[in-house]
Design a protein around this ligand. Structure first.
Ligand code: XIL
Length: 883
């Protein structure tokens, strides 16, 4: 008897049971793939075997030429249930417990405009328990190939596994015609995602640390200082080191009183010999500490305070004493704070019940090694919030009591989008103002947003984006170093192959957070500093704007609402710019080129690939149009402007659709492209940019006028309309709040009239207090992360002001309570543009609503409901400056 268990990951609808019609496989079993290799791949070149039909009467057949890019496909028809579809027995193709990337293309031609296609697995385990697992599903647009890629970890006790494709599950009784679509499958592959790559570092490339003015270190392990180890070659990129694990309490004193310095000695010797700085990590920590530290004669066998202090002091005396004179900076106490900024409820705290153990550790460390700089180190304090405040207050207090703390370590285990460069800069300065040194002690940059995100491959785009963020942050580090706010930066590992972020916090997931890759080769994060020309082509992404007035061509008013995209030459000099609009039939381009030598070769060329296939070969779907300068709509001899209209062909065009796009300027032998810097657009669409077809966000206009920021209503405000805030972004807020906007040569002024019956500012998080926020993206770049011109300004009803990006110095605000809420008047300076009539800014306003207990219960905006405005400006609305 087979026991059946059903797993539905995507839909929470009623679980289903089904029988499958699967004949025994007669194909030769393939050998499971070696790590990193291809476990199974088909383009259905000669037929569909070993694929079969899942479900009675379902037909799977070979469809010649109907596949992706004109290749062959598998067609499935006669489906009467959502779970009907093609099925592949993969038992012999993949390993138990293995980790795989599964990828395929899918398309359907008849039926609803969109549908969901799901990849599922039928797994029978060694106990004969059968499960149906929805691995991954995605929305597919009628008539278009969609690529579905997902990772999958095979259960360790798998005895049979079959993959199948279906439409989104519905109870058999609820199935409609829309669920019975025929569909095509193309290019199906299963690749081994376990990485075992040959490790070989590049010995000819330049030493990274020479590109930085501040000391830059790496966490290493003793085996890596052996010249025979492939990591050895990477050591020369750094001029500071720290032991990743070997100087921790469990490594140096595994048994009470018995010390072991064999491995860390090797690292310290290597550092000293190479005149590199050495950090010591760590003397007091709640993790990687042997249990005996806390054992003694107190309650429940716990050490008494005296016993604990004896253990700590003896450990510090011996360890810091052993290395006295050889360590630049010691992490004396690590991670002593809880997430709320209070002291962590560690064993140390449970025994001592105060911060006294921290103070003592510093006194003892100072005695043991008077030359070392003594640090308190923690994570999660990089951005504003309760933990950072707690850290700041603790250091301030201990310093005022005379505790010998020399420095604050910000670990900086960060991600691609948090914290912002400006937040981290503010944090560094905040601690530096306490009169302590600041070090970044464990820098790495996860490519995932959070622990929920599934395993993904590190694509060129991800790694290039990571490099850009590395560059922005390390440039900031350099500025702060020069100003004396920052002392050193250390990255947590030599290369991605040994990062502690593999499998943590999510088992089965690999990560790519460092300068060097899993193969030890330099990544874009390295090349962006050393030789930016070696960066891979990056897929630039931008939004094209819908127009209803396409017959007006270049005279369409909508052009004035679009921000131009810039084309740069090889040296990064701005060369041309273009704007784009779209309707159901065509894409429209208005481009301006600077070229003061007019000749017959001058032209502007636009390429589109509406299917966004991104092929390494010529795509059948791609088309282009070239406009010679002689057809320019204006030309003053220095710059010329061209208008181009390029039809989409037979594609269904809808808002949200992404298309492949590129354009380039030809000037004699010089060709400069927007995205594909190798100018291979005719033969490959792989390096095209990507345009998303968007409908214009909401737009408001503001009159010019200057007001005094005093929360009184100057008469000029009366000429401005009250704009309602009707976007409910979260929870509950009172209806009726409005705002008005004005601008002048220096400022944008906003006047809020907030309706709120209970005012509260008890929460330590400013964003949870009753408050308003203004978001301004001065150049309306709608960027996915904050740039220098982007700012978020928050003002509580008591006029407590907090910032994220933007400019603090000239910001003005005043508040006043009203009978039904409060009024806030603010002035945000326009520091990165010179505002002119007609200018468009990205803009939004927000209300944070706190309840009587001080918890945020609601968020209301004018425009953007995503709650992402604090880091992503793409969802902001538009503010147009008028006279
Ligand atoms: C990590 C190491 O990288 C891992 O190898 C080990 O298994 C666990 O500890 N904060 C710290 C570091 O202070 O000591 C941690 O190092 C990462 C988080």
């Amino acid at each position: 008897m087979i026991k059946k268990i059903f797993f539905i990951l995507l839909s929470c609808t009623i679980l289903f049971s089904c029988s499958t019609t699967i004949a025994t496989q007669n194909s030769t079993p393939a050998v499971p793939a070696s790590p990193g290799g291809i476990a199974y791949q088909t383009e259905f070149e000669t037929g569909i075997e070993p694929w079969q039909a899942r479900g009675d009467d379902v037909v799977v057949e070979w469809a010649e030429g109907a596949g992706y890019g004109g290749k062959n496909a598998l067609k499935v028809s006669n489906r009467t249930k959502t779970w009907h579809g093609p099925i592949l027995d993969a038992t012999e193709l993949i390993h138990k417990g293995g980790s795989y990337f599964i990828s395929f293309k899918v398309k359907y031609n008849e039926g609803p405009d969109t549908n969901s296609i799901v990849l599922s697995a039928q797994v029978i385990d060694e106990n004969e328990t059968e499960r149906f697992i929805n691995i991954y599903g995605d929305t597919v647009i009628k008539g278009e190939w969609a690529e579905i890629t997902t990772s999958y970890d095979v259960p360790k006790n798998m005895s049979v596994i079959r993959f199948y494709c279906e439409t989104k599950y519905k109870n058999d009784d609820a199935v409609t015609e829309d669920d019975k679509i025929d569909f095509y499958l193309s290019d199906f592959s299963i690749k081994d995602a376990t990485t075992t790559v040959e490790l070989a570092s590049e010995n000819e490339i330049k030493s990274l640390h020479t590109y930085f003015d501040f000391p830059i270190g790496a966490a290493i392990n003793a085996y890596q200082v052996n010249p025979k180890d492939p990591h050895y070659e990477l050591l020369r990129h750094f001029n500071a080191y720290v032991c990743e694990n070997e100087m921790k309490q469990d490594a140096t004193e595994p048994k009470k009183g018995s010390f072991n310095f064999k491995n860390p000695d090797k690292v310290v010797e290597f550092a000293n010999k190479n005149k590199a700085k050495m950090r010591g990590h760590v003397l007091v920590w709640h993790s990687q500490v042997p249990a005996w530290f806390f054992e003694g004669t107190g309650d429940d066998g716990l050490a008494t305070k005296d016993e604990l202090y004896k253990n700590m002091k003896n450990h510090i005396d011996n360890v810091a004493g052993h290395y006295a004179g050889k360590i630049d900076s010691w992490d004396v106490v690590n991670e002593c704070l809880a997430e709320n900024g209070k002291l962590r409820n560690s064993k140390y705290y449970q025994i001592v019940k105060s911060d006294e153990y921290i103070a003592n550790a510093f006194y003892w460390a100072r005695e043991a090694d008077p030359k070392a700089k003594l640090f308190i180190n923690d994570y999660g304090c990089e951005g504003p919030g309760a933990k950072q405040d707690g850290f700041y207050n603790l250091v301030k207090k201990l310093k005022s009591e005379g505790v010998p703390i020399d420095g604050v370590g910000l670990q900086c285990h960060i991600s691609m989008d948090y914290p912002s460069v400006s937040d981290l800069r503010t944090t560094i300065r905040r601690f530096a103002e306490l009169g302590v040194l600041v070090q970044i002690t464990e820098f790495d940059m996860s490519v995932y947003q959070d622990s929920n995100e599934k395993k993904k491959q590190a694509t060129n785009d991800i790694l290039t984006e990571q490099a850009q963020r590395y560059k922005a942050l390390f440039n900031m580090f350099s500025e702060e170093y020069k100003q004396g706010h920052l002392d050193m930066v250390v990255v947590w590992g030599l290369a991605d192959d040994t990062t502690w972020l593999d499998n943590s916090p999510r088992p089965g997931r690999t990560n790519y957070p460092l300068f060097f890759g899993k193969d030890l080769k330099a990544k874009p994060a390295y090349w962006i500093f050393v030789d930016p020309e070696r960066l891979p082509v990056f897929t630039q992404k931008f939004d094209s704007t819908f127009t209803e007035n396409s017959s007006l061509k270049e005279k369409d008013n909508t052009w004035s609402l679009v921000t131009p995209k810039v084309i740069v030459d090889g040296k990064g000099k701005e060369y041309a710019s273009f704007k784009s609009l779209w309707n159901e039939n065509s894409l429209f381009i208005l481009a301006t080129v600077s070229d003061d030598k007019k000749d017959d070769t001058d032209s502007f060329t636009v390429f589109i690939e509406p299917s966004n296939e991104r092929l390494r070969e010529k795509s059948k779907q791609a088309s282009s149009i070239s406009i010679p300068r002689s057809q320019a709509i204006s030309d003053d001899g220095k710059t010329y402007t061209v208008y181009a209209e390029i039809p989409f062909g037979n594609f269904t065009i809808k808002p949200g659709k992404k298309i492949g796009f590129d354009c380039r300027v030809t000037n004699g032998k010089k060709i400069n492209s927007y995205n594909d810097k190798n100018n291979t657009q005719e033969t490959s669409s792989f390096d095209y940019a990507q345009a998303t077809l968007k409908v214009l966000p909401p737009l408001i206009t503001a009159k010019k006028g200057t007001v005094k920021v005093d929360a009184k209503i100057d008469s000029i405000w009366n000429s401005q309309p009250s704009i309602p805030m009707e976007t409910i972004s979260q929870g509950y807020t009172l209806d009726g709040s409005t705002f008005k906007v004005l601008w002048d040569d220096e400022y944008v002024y906003v006047l809020f009239d907030v309706k709120d019956s209970v005012l509260n500012d008890q929460n330590a998080n400013a964003y949870e207090q009753d408050s308003i926020e203004v978001f301004i993206d001065q150049n309306n770049a709608k960027s996915a992360t904050y740039e220098a011109d982007d700012g978020q300004y928050r003002v509580s009803f008591k006029n407590f002001v907090t910032f994220n990006g933007g400019e603090e110095e000239f910001f003005q605000s005043k508040t006043r309570l009203t009978l039904d809420g409060y009024i806030v008047e603010v002035a945000c300076r326009l520091y990165s543009i010179t505002p002119e009539e007609g200018d468009l800014l990205g803009f939004d306003v927000q209300i944070n609503e706190a309840d009587a207990s001080g918890i945020r219960t609601g968020i209301r905006n004018w425009c953007n409901a995503t709650n992402m405005g604090y880091k992503d400006t793409s969802g902001l609305g538009l503010l147009q400056l008028l006279n």
